[in-house]
Design a protein around this ligand. Structure first.
Ligand code: HSE
Length: 431
């Protein structure tokens, strides 16, 4: 190790699953990190909310006084892995004010207060990097911000939540119901004790906001993301997908509309097996990007877990340290395009609709007429079962959300319809 190298002191906020791996790798890969960044990277202080001993972290550097880390004049870079909105927001703003570059994995915070934080970093001329905030180890932020900066991205579709992908994979492959697999995911530690943020899509929505902001050079916040989770997906839906050579995935989608607005949403999607995202199994993540010149790109890897997330953080750390060597910062967030968000009611998709109906003559014609009354054209209709309660599966051609909602309301009120069981958006050539 070069004794003449400058020392860069790091303060870390949080020492959980990710923080402890950052601390471990900073120690075990010390030489490589120093060779690559041109500085000695030294973890100086670790801030935790409860002052319990942390394995692999020297107790002498641990403090519960988080504020003392972000104001410590000797600390150059702050890594925030504590999560949550407050006190993370206030601590990061304070660190920036004190001229420290910040690396964060906090998607919820950036998707809510990103504009304020990036502006503060710009004004203070420090870096605010967040590769770990979207899809863990997958280098999607840097790819979109730098490698694709010369292209026009038209659409981003991602499996960005491992817990829900694990649950949907098990439902599909083992024929088990949602609640049963969720329990297993909690036992295995994939799903949190309170799994709401994962299964209702909020975690994916924060990531969708960050991806949409980057892709379309605009500020998109989590409250602008339409969000539907997977808790209503039944084994009957999964089986219907299987019968159509398709799978159901929870996707985060950001795309540019014909009106040059951003459509950004999270919801289950039926995908044909032939789609590259359909083969992403278990807790893995993947992001599929379409752009004008590059065409289609796919990024795949581990979206969560201590070491994979720490990999992204350390990549940011090396980048930020390199900038410091030249007294510079990376290019900040680009929001010059300032595009509007498309209303969800105008978004167009194909739909899969599963409903139970009375199996008598004329029913199919009435159902078809109801779709037609909303201007929705039908691609295929399948009937499963006969008798008092037959199941109909309708796949539509592309229709707006508004037309589909209105059609579903009409179907619900028809005497021949026992129940509209589900409506799932369809992507690609499912029939
Ligand atoms: N809970 C997330 C997931 C990881 O299941 O993918 C952190 O965003």
């Amino acid at each position: 190790m070069d004794a003449g190298l400058k020392t860069i002191s790091i303060g870390m906020l949080g020492a959980g699953v990710v923080g402890s791996q950052v601390a471990r790798l900073l120690q075990s890969d010390r030489q490589e990190l120093s060779d690559r960044s041109g500085a000695l990277l030294v973890l100086k202080r670790v801030g935790v909310r409860s002052n319990t001993p942390r394995e692999g972290i020297d107790a002498a550097m641990v403090t519960s006084d988080l504020h003392s880390i972000v104001t410590d004049p000797e600390i150059n870079i702050v890594i925030e892995v504590m999560g949550g909105i407050e006190p993370a927001r206030t601590l990061i703003l304070e660190a920036i004010k004190n001229k420290k570059s910040v690396i964060t994995a906090n998607k919820a915070l950036l998707a809510t207060h990103g504009h304020e934080l990036f502006n503060a970093a710009d004004a203070a001329k420090v870096d605010l990097y967040y590769e770990a905030a979207v899809a863990g180890a997958i280098p999607i932020i840097r790819s979109m911000r730098e490698s694709l900066a010369g292209d026009q991205i038209t659409r981003v579709m991602g499996i960005v939540n491992g817990t829900t992908n694990y649950i949907l994979t098990k439902m599909h492959e083992e024929g088990r119901e949602f609640a049963d697999v969720l329990k297993e995911a909690q036992t295995l530690g994939y799903a949190e004790a309170d799994p709401t943020a994962d299964i209702e899509g909020f975690d994916a929505a924060a990531k969708a906001a960050l991806l949409a902001s980057l892709a379309f050079h605009s500020t998109v916040t989590i409250d602008e993301v339409y969000c539907e989770g997977i808790s209503k997906i039944s084994i009957a839906d999964i089986n219907a997908a299987k019968a159509m050579n398709a799978v159901i995935k929870l996707l985060a989608i950001a795309e540019i509309t014909v009106k040059d607005e951003i459509s950004v949403r999270v919801h289950p999607v039926m995908l044909p097996h032939s789609h590259p995202l359909a083969s992403v199994r278990d807790a893995f993540n993947a992001i599929y990007v379409e752009s004008e010149a590059a065409g289609e790109l796919m990024f795949y890897g581990r979206g969560a877990g201590g070491a994979p997330t720490a990999s992204a953080i350390l990549g940011d750390l090396v980048a930020v340290t390199r900038h410091r060597a030249y007294s510079t910062v990376g290019y900040g967030e680009s929001d010059y395009a300032d595009l509007d968000i498309a209303p969800m009611s105008e978004v167009k998709s194909q739909f899969f609709v599963r409903l139970h109906v009375a199996d008598i003559s004329g029913v199919l014609a009435s159902i078809a007429q109801t779709f037609a009354s909303e201007g929705i054209s039908i691609q295929t209709v399948r009937q499963a079962g006969i008798g008092k309660d037959a199941e109909l599966i309708v796949v539509t051609h592309s229709a707006t959300e508004a037309a589909l909602t209105s059609c579903l309301n009409k179907l619900e009120s028809m005497e021949i319809v026992t129940k509209v069981e589900s409506a799932i958006r369809v992507e690609g050539a499912v029939s």
